[in-house]
Write a protein of this length. Structure first.
Length: 589
């Protein structure tokens, strides 16, 4: 392969022979019953949502605020984002304007976006560039800035001279931690390794808020995080239901709590409801670029947008998959024959909008898909839907399945295909945490050993050595952070970046312009930028690298067999290398 990565020796590459290789682990009937029992938690946690933010069981409106630190320390590493003052430069910022280089907000401090129509103080503040980055050693940190003087006071709803109100919804019914749910489904829950409690997650969240208040430049303000008990059910919302309850919760966040932002917008209905209330929101999973544009300037997410995933997948299919015959299939599928491609994804209109990018590109290349398979995210039907999809794959003699699927459907589908002795190639687009070892270990390993694909993530370090871990530990050295610390950290990081980049006059509009001017970074979460090819974007991940599943490699995450083997070269949709490698190796690796 072009980037020098060996897919390993565990791929069960078949030639259609009648005699099968010894079978790898698969799901039995009891496992499927267990999946049904934990289905809601995994679809939400393992598949679509950052559920660590949603776990704490506490009274409504419990506040988290910091009392330490100032605007963040400078480092000796030089890096200045577009629009930030140069090192040592001083810029006078009148109240009512954005940070240097960002578009200004309401002139004279007039409040926007649902806030009271009052005037902010007119005395100017001063933003001064410092040397290096805002946080030493942090690859994602923006350039250091210092601030003195008046910040304009109440520049937007939820923003005062000394605080920024941020809400966090606890959904109705509650859900358990992602680690525990996934581990119990896999039948190997390790209470010693995954021992997080609701109190652990709450404490870790508080520690991270304190960290960002201390290290980042918020121009005299502090984040105050308010949890509240919501009416909405995430199980309903991820299946395109529950809009009324989501709207009620958004009204609670905006009108009762007076929130500037919400960091638990982990479903499309709740994110849309918050946007309608003019609340900045973070977390909507895998929405399209068009969807984010329709919600501007409010909706943001650290999940990749499906437009990027669709463009990347389309280019890979056209340049690398179509030009060669089958090379990576197993039992029941003859290697060497022309590829017969099917695409599988949920029938959510936004996701299907991105699927059309792939199917359209293949049609234009003279290789239309044999089947465009879709399914409804209905937890009570996923098992039966997977069975029907498996049968259609077999009946249509599909050799190559492009998959933008949730983990539960994949667990059912790979089990059904294994039972039918049918092992097609699988092109995985890296959505819904399927590019993570812990989730991919849930799938039937005989079938999944023929999976390759892409990931937008970097190399996640082991627990105890990550950016999020060190951030929380620096605040609370006597307690171990929750295992979900990096998910919490990544979500809150976008909020902190936007606040710093916005400048003293914080509003949804200056928050947007600030992130669009962020210089970017590259570390364990992959390359980040909110500006792609000169256009602002609402998600930071726009590059991918290849990965190949090897059921025999021991994962560094949980010391269990089954791991993705990742490439080292980053690509974008416009720089996909010509095929036929590397998405599917030629022959047995």
């Amino acid at each position: 392969m072009s980037d020098g990565v060996d897919a390993g020796d565990g791929a069960d590459v078949g030639d259609g022979a009648a005699v099968k290789e010894p079978r790898l682990a698969k799901y039995s009937a009891p496992d499927r019953r267990l999946l049904r029992g934990y289905g809601p938690a995994v679809v939400i946690a393992g598949g679509f949502l950052l559920m660590a933010l949603l776990v704490p069981s506490i009274a409504p409106e419990a506040n988290v605020s910091a009392s330490t630190g100032g605007g963040g320390g400078a480092s000796t590493k030089v890096g200045s984002p577009t629009g930030a003052p140069a090192s040592g430069a001083t810029t006078t910022v009148p109240a009512g304007t954005g940070a240097p280089g960002a578009a200004g907000g309401a002139a004279g401090g007039t409040l926007q976006n649902g806030g009271p129509s009052t005037k902010a103080a007119t005395a100017p503040g001063t933003v001064t560039g410092c040397s290096g980055k805002q946080v030493a050693g942090d690859p994602y940190a923006p350039a250091c800035v210092s601030f003195s003087g008046n910040n304009g006071g109440a520049t937007s709803r939820g923003v005062t001279a000394n605080q920024i109100v941020v809400s966090a919804r606890l959904p109705a019914g509650g859900i358990q931690t992602a680690d525990e749910a996934i581990q119990q489904i896999a039948g190997k829950y390790n209470s010693a390794q995954f021992s997080d409690t609701a109190a652990d997650v709450e404490r870790t969240t508080q520690d991270l808020v304190t960290y960002f208040n201390d290290k980042f430049q918020f121009y005299g303000r502090k984040i105050v995080l308010k949890f509240f008990n919501g009416q909405g059910s995430l199980v309903n919302e991820v299946t395109d239901a529950g809009q009324a309850q989501a709207q009620a919760d958004a009204i609670s966040a905006s009108q009762q709590l007076g929130a500037f932002a919400d960091v638990t917008a982990l479903s499309q209905p709740y994110a849309e409801a918050l946007s309608a209330q003019h609340v900045v929101n973070i977390g909507a999973p895998y929405m399209s670029s068009q969807w984010f544009a329709s919600q501007a300037p409010y909706a943001w997410s650290f999940f990749p947008n499906c437009t990027d995933l669709g463009n990347e997948s389309a280019s890979i299919m056209v340049k690398q998959v179509v030009p060669q015959n089958v090379t990576y299939a197993g039992t029941g599928v003859n290697n060497g024959q022309p590829r017969r491609i099917a695409i599988l994804a949920p029938d959510n209109p936004v996701y299907q909008q991105c699927v059309s990018q792939v199917t359209g590109a293949l049609s234009a290349a003279g290789h239309p898909v044999v089947a465009n398979l879709s399914y409804t995210l209905d937890l009570s039907q996923l098992s039966s839907e997977a069975g029907s999809i498996a049968q259609q794959i077999i009946n249509d003699k599909i050799t190559t399945l492009g998959c933008g699927c949730d983990p539960i459907t994949l667990a059912y589908l790979t089990s059904d295909l294994d039972t039918s002795n049918y092992e097609p190639e699988i092109v995985n687009i890296g959505a819904a945490f399927t590019d993570e070892d812990l989730v991919a270990q849930l799938f039937d390993q005989s079938v999944w050993s023929h999976a390759a694909g892409i990931t937008n993530n970097g190399n996640a370090p082991a627990y105890g050595s990550s950016l999020g871990y060190f951030a929380a530990k620096s605040v609370d050295p006597n307690n171990a952070p929750a295992h979900e610390v990096d998910l919490l950290y990544e979500d809150l990081y976008i909020l902190a970046l936007g606040i710093e980049q916005a400048g003293p006059n914080l509003s949804p509009t200056t928050f947007e312009h600030g992130l669009f001017n962020y210089a970017g970074g590259d570390g364990e979460y992959g390359p980040w930028s909110f500006n792609e090819n000169g256009s602002g974007t609402f998600t930071p991940q726009h590059q991918y690298r290849y990965q190949w599943w090897n059921p025999n490699v021991v994962s560094a995450f949980d010391n269990e067999k089954g791991s993705w083997v990742d490439g080292t070269t980053w690509y974008s949709a416009s720089t996909v290398p010509a095929g036929p490698a590397p998405v599917f190796p030629n022959g047995v690796q």
